[in-house]
Structure formats: C-alpha cells, structure tokens
Design a protein around this ligand. Sequence first.
Ligand SMILES: O=P(O)(O)OP(=O)(O)OP(=O)(O)OC[C@H]1O[C@@H](n2cnc3c(O)ncnc32)[C@H](O)[C@@H]1O
Ligand SMILES: [Mg+2]
Length: 205
Amino acid sequence: MGENKMIRRLSPGRLVAATHNKGKVSELKDLFEPLGFDVVSAIELDLPEPEETEATFAGNAILKARAAAEATGAPALSDDSGLAVTALGGAPGIYSARWAGEPRDFGKAMEKVQRELDEIGATDRSAKFVCALAVVWPDGHAEVYEGEVHGELTWPPRGDKGFGYDPVFVAKGETITFGEMDPDRKHAMSHRANAVAKLKAALLA
Ligand SMILES: O=P(O)(O)OP(=O)(O)OP(=O)(O)OC[C@H]1O[C@@H](n2cnc3c(O)ncnc32)[C@H](O)[C@@H]1O
Ligand SMILES: [Mg+2]
C-alpha cells in the first residue's frame, strides 16, 4: 500500500451539511446539489453545535463533520473557514466567528479588524479567506481539503450579498467586494470553491 492514504469515493446521496451558518448552507447547497447530492443541514436537523476546540481549520472541520456523522449515521460535510489578515499575523483566523461575539454581529467583527489595523498603522491590507472542507463517513473515516482566496481589505464595508466578512474583502484582480458580487461569481473564485474543487478531484473522480 505504500504511504499513499486510502481515499474513499463519496457517492451521491444524502449529505449532511455540518454547519449552523446559513450563508455556508446556501453556498454548500449551490456547490453540491448540482453534483447529485441531497444536502440537508445541521440547522434543519436541529443538531447540536459542537465546541470548536482544535487549533487549526482542518482540525475544527473534522470535529464538526465527525459530530454530525455520528449523530445522523450519514456522511457529513463540514466547513471551517475564516479571514486571515497578514498585518494581524493571520488573525482573526480560526477565531473569525468568535470575533463577531454572541449573538453574531459581523458589522462589529469587521470594525474590530479595521480598528486593529488602524492601531498599528498598517499599510499592508492584504488578507486571505481560508476554507477547510471535511467529509466524515459514519464509520469515522475522514478526509479534509483546504482552499484559499487572496485579496485586500477595503473600508468602509460594501454590499449586502454573501455573509460574514464579505463586504470588506476584494479578491485579487477584482474591484468589487464579495458582498457586492453575484453568488455565481463568488463561487467561481472563493476559498470554498477552491476547496470544493480539490474535494471533487479526490473524492468524486
Ligand atoms: O461553525 P459553523 O457552524 O460552520 O459556522 P460558523 O459561522 O461558526 O463558521 P466558522 O466557525 O467556520 O467561522 C468562520 C467565520 O468566518 C467567516 N467566513 C467564512 N467564510 C466566509 C465567506 O465566504 N465570506 C465571508 N465570511 C466568511 C464567517 O463569518 C464565519 O462565521
Ligand atoms: Mg463555528
């Protein structure tokens, strides 16, 4: 067998989207339903939201998918993602949701990013979105794939499409924010789309 890891194929059928984020559910449905999957979310199934105790996007993605696969007996797909700002040493990173407080307020989270950049007088406004997508089968087998999209932060926020930090992120080569972009266009270039492409190449080939 050598050192190659065993890759298992994912067959179209019921797939649990192991996320409580409505923006992600909608994007994961857009990306996976055309491939023949019946995507049902953790919100619709009223699954508990596991605590994200790992130190990496990949670790938290596996933790979330594992919890949903164990609870449902179906393969589960999770997404752990976030915004990594170069001048802030990669923050908010895996804490991207937590920067929005409880209840979540991404207006406040975007302001916090801007305030921290102001405080250090940062001229480098480069940032990237990172997405780790994990698939966990009911028997515990796990696969995880990561995608990124690089860009710049803008201020003030622009646009009411997308979710989270989309209104302050302008992808490389673009002039509008992800918040101003039509979903199909975001899906052609986003961190999530790049992770989906890797997952497709590995698990659906
Ligand atoms: O854990 P789940 O239930 O999936 O939902 P969450 O919102 O808590 O998700 P994360 O823990 O992965 O936190 C990532 C945060 O990063 C932000 N984020 C991720 N992808 C994004 C995208 O495509 N556009 C804008 N913001 C994004 C978003 O606001 C998320 O809340
Ligand atoms: Mg979360």
